[in-house]
Design a protein around this ligand. Structure first.
Ligand code: XMP
Length: 335
């Protein structure tokens, strides 16, 4: 049986033993994993930790403000915010292959870190919120021997980055990471936030990433999440889905929910006019371990409301579809 206070004590001892008096930098994405890693490492070594929050222009709506409020203001963690939107979008221009996009985003992250690390001459460690499923999936091979999906935060660092890797969540599953976060005093809503991939909207805009697409997607996604949170959840929860309290709404009753931008135009009507605009797909899944997942049976009325709001409020989108694919054979993300 897993004893949380003992686990935290052990994890803290291990971190202190590993890093000694060195300084550590951590890439804070706003996702659950890096946030819990930051809280754990901050608990262990306090001001020896500096977090780097990279705004790559592929974040959710208001993500930057939320992260800065949570960590810098409330927890007193040292956080450097880097505005790197132009840098990331510049390098992504003209690139449509999913793995190529991940590689670029991963590479730019390393570069941004290197620049920040150079400003911290005592930094010897790069901390990451890598969790156990990331480790397995990156090691997994597809039928033709290719990596199923490369996770930019797994796989070691290039020689040029003179930092050792600190990955205190490497042995944990998602539910354990969440319990750890709560035990470390992070707010429930932050810890039970859906996970967000490191490459962010970069893998939720199919094909080439453009700023206009990201802006549309951010707004559509925020509407979807807001409506999920505004529901009252009445159906019985899936056995074992959340180890804590029963879900209060459809946001809490799903493991991950988001909008995907499809760079495909379809015909619609608005008033007397014909429209020819882009499509947004909604994805909502329930899963225990993110290795397999089922699509969430969201109420039709909820889906209808989200669809109406997105089409009415986000000019440039005239069609919304709902993804009813399980994992496997589909993955949770579309890229
Ligand atoms: P898939 O799409 O493989 O997603 O079913 C499983 C979980 O992993 C997340 N994911 C990523 N996380 N970098 C990350 O940090 C990535 O490149 C990446 N790709 C997928 C995904 O959001 C889901 O929670």
């Amino acid at each position: 049986d897993w004893n949380m206070p003992d686990y935290i004590t052990e994890a803290i001892d291990k971190i202190r033993e590993q890093v000694g008096s060195d300084e550590v930098i951590l890439g804070l994405s706003g996702g659950v994993d890096s946030s819990v890693a930051a809280a754990l490492i901050h608990r262990a070594i306090g001001n020896q930790l500096t977090c780097v929050f990279v705004d790559h222009g592929l974040l959710r709506l208001d993500e930057g403000k939320m992260v800065m409020d949570m960590f810098a203001k409330n927890l007193g963690v040292k956080v450097i915010r880097v505005d790197a939107e132009a840098q990331f979008l510049g390098h992504l221009a003209g690139v449509s292959d999913p793995e190529a996009k991940r590689k670029i985003i991963g590479r730019e992250f390393v570069e941004v870190f290197q620049v920040e690390a150079d400003k911290l001459p005592n930094a010897r460690w790069l901390a990451q919120g890598t969790i156990y499923p990331d480790v397995i999936e990156s090691a997994g091979k597809g039928k033709k021997g290719q990596t199923i999906k490369s996770h930019h935060n797994v796989g070691g660092l290039p020689e040029t980055l003179n930092l050792k890797l600190l990955e205190p969540l490497r042995e944990l599953f998602k539910d354990e990471v969440r319990k750890l976060g709560v035990a470390l005093g992070l707010p429930h809503d932050m810890v039970y936030r859906h996970p967000f991939p490191g490459p962010g909207l970069g893998v939720r805009i199919l094909g080439e990433v453009k700023k206009d697409f990201a802006d549309l997607l951010r707004r559509a996604d925020a509407i979807f999440i807001e409506e999920l949170r505004n529901t009252v959840f009445e159906a019985a929860p899936i056995e074992g889905i959340d180890s804590g309290e029963p879900p209060r709404n459809w946001y809490e009753a799903t493991s991950q929910a988001f909008a995907v931008f499809l760079p495909v135009k379809s015909v619609g009507v608005m008033g007397d006019g014909r429209t020819y605009e882009y499509v947004v797909a909604l994805r909502a899944v329930q899963t225990l371990d993110f290795m397999t997942a089922q699509w969430a049976h969201l109420p039709h009325a909820l889906l209808g409301k989200v669809s109406n709001r997105i089409i009415n409020e986000v000019r440039g989108i005239n069609r919304v579809v709902y993804d009813i694919s399980g994992k496997p054979p589909a993955t949770i993300e579309w890229e």
